[in-house]
Write a protein that binds this ligand. Structure first.
Ligand SMILES: Nc1ncnc2c1ncn2[C@@H]1O[C@H](COP(=O)(O)OP(=O)(O)OP(=O)(O)O)[C@@H](O)[C@H]1O
Ligand SMILES: [Mg+2]
Length: 498
């Protein structure tokens, strides 16, 4: 096998104003490897990806692809032929069909007209070749995250690339979709495709990668075979500290009337006849597979959806159903599933985003006192350890995990009675995860009722009890102290004692 690296980044430096995103960082990926790149939020991983795919020019340093100097930044075709990437954010255009997305900018034309029939045929063949089962006539916006990723991978492979970068591909996928993605990766590996894989789920690194590179604070720390690096050492390399024992939480459940009362709530084909309470200071987890209805149920509590029948009482009052401002006014803070669509306004500053929901508290009428807003945002940035030079930076300039922290900050900023969190730590690094969940526990200790809907068992460990949904019904309730296998079995609808 050739030992010329598929990609070799040498002494890369990249600054954004006062921020050093990459500081003489190296990376070398050999053909056939599935190479993991890990590091905490803001370590410089996505910045490196944008340099390795020709979207950003480094301040200094060199990139070689297959032993050749990288193409010029403007030569998009040359880049596409060498490296493919599924970015942390999608590059699919939702308004266009799958076929149009696949063949964007290279549709066959005759006399200036696009030949739609041949475009569709070409697109179908392309997806078949890479075993992607999607109807090319559908608008891409209707695709699931999983289908969108497969379309993006097929698109880049069709340009001839045999090196694929996946920047947190699993952050938004459920368990079954992750299994299918890994199956796809294994198949492409057999066909000679090399991978660079970025993930905050370290167990995935152990599952599918053979080599790992760790970045910390913009610098390369180590590159080693995965099998030779125990998990504790990997975390130590990422954080620069030895493992800290995670404290077990003491419950803060208060007696007295429940903060949240859900009664016989139903939403057609999503969930059916769901009833439960959450006490002040209580943290309740909501687990369930992709189609269990847990996300839809949580979204109903925040006003993003409206139930067909049933009632929701928050502190004995019933906020207007299906109305987000009404839910906020009732004291519900929430972290939505899709931060890009529901979570924040990327063009607005961190200050505006964190304080959006507390505007009414900051000043009378429509005039927001800028000083007051920046002070509050500053407090939230410090409280949640958002890595940024200051509150005026647009949120889009933050690293992915730090954007998630802004969404969390906003949910906590309202001093909510009820916190509804949907996959709250998606894209957040191991250490920051514990930190954010610690903030949730602090809110509970002050009497906030909390609902956490998540596929990640690590998000659910601090819960006082766990509700499990299967096909739209609440089937199981587990007290704190559950075993992982009990939860997995309950989610699958399997009875362990049977
Ligand atoms: N366009 C930009 N303007 C200003 N700062 C930026 C910009 N892009 C990235 N940065 C900064 O560069 C640093 C590295 O960010 P990067 O996105 O590479 O981190 P990351 O390792 O991908 O983190 P995460 O795991 O959270 O995705 C961060 O401090 C980020 O705020
Ligand atoms: Mg990133």
């Amino acid at each position: 096998m050739s030992t010329v690296p598929v990609v070799e980044a040498h002494q890369i430096v990249k600054r954004y104003g006062a921020t050093v995103a990459l500081d003489h960082a190296d990376l070398s990926v050999l053909p056939g490897q599935t190479h993991a790149l890990v590091g905490r939020n803001g370590a410089g991983k996505s910045t490196l990806v944008s340099i390795l795919t020709g979207l950003t020019e480094p301040d200094s340093g060199t990139v070689r692809l297959d032993g050749q100097p990288a193409p010029g930044l403007s030569d998009r075709d040359a880049w596409r032929a060498r490296v493919a990437c599924v970015y942390q954010r999608s590059t699919i255009i939702p308004e266009l069909s799958v076929a149009e997305n696949l063949l964007l900018n290279r549709q066959e034309t005759r006399g200036g007209l696009i030949r739609w029939r041949s475009v569709r045929r070409a697109a179908t063949e392309l997806l078949e070749r890479w075993s992607v089962d999607v109807d090319v006539r559908r608008p891409a916006g209707e695709l699931s995250v999983e289908q969108r990723q497969f379309v993006e991978i097929a698109r880049s492979l069709s340009f001839g690339a045999r090196f694929v970068i996946l920047d947190e591909p699993t952050a938004q996928l459920d368990g079954a979709a992750i299994t299918r993605l890994f199956g796809h990766i294994a198949e492409l590996q057999r066909q000679g495709v090399t991978f660079l894989f970025i993930s905050h789920h370290l167990q995935e690194v152990y599952e599918i990668c053979d080599t790992v590179t760790v970045y910390r604070d913009a610098r390369h720390i180590l590159t080693t075979p995965v099998a030779q690096l125990p998990k504790a050492d990997l975390v130590a390399a990422m954080t620069g500290e030895n493992a800290v024992a995670t404290e077990t939480r003491t419950t803060s459940v208060q007696s007295g009337s429940p903060v949240l009362q859900v009664r016989e709530l139903s939403l057609d084909s999503r969930y059916d006849n769901v009833s439960f309470d959450i006490a002040p200071g209580e943290i309740v987890g909501l687990a369930g597979a992709g189609a269990s209805g847990k996300t839809e149920l949580a979204e109903t509590l925040t006003g993003l959806r409206k139930a067909d029948t049933g009632t929701i009482l928050v502190a004995d009052r019933s906020p207007r159903p299906g109305d987000v401002p009404a839910a906020l006014a009732a004291g519900i803070g929430f972290v939505p599933e899709d931060r890009h669509h529901q979570g924040f306004v990327p063009e607005m500053s961190i200050a505006d985003n964190t304080t959006m929901t507390v505007m009414d508290r900051l000043g009378p009428g429509i005039f927001v006192r800028a000083g007051e807003r920046d002070r509050l945002a500053g407090t939230m940035i410090t409280r949640l350890e958002v890595k940024t030079p200051g509150p005026q930076l647009p949120v889009s300039a933050l690293s992915g995990g730090n954007q998630q922290k802004v969404v969390m900050a906003r949910a906590l900023a309202v001093d909510p009675r009820l916190l509804v969190l949907i996959t709250p730590t998606a894209g957040v690094d191991v250490r920051s995860k514990d930190f954010l969940l610690g903030k949730v526990a602090e809110a509970a200790a002050e009497g906030t009722a909390v609902l956490i809907a998540s596929d990640e068992l690590d998000d659910l460990r601090l819960c006082d009890r766990l509700l499990v949904m299967v096909h739209g019904e609440l089937t199981t309730e587990l007290p704190a102290g559950w075993q992982d296998r009990e939860v997995v079995a309950a989610m699958e609808g399997v009875d362990l004692d049977a």
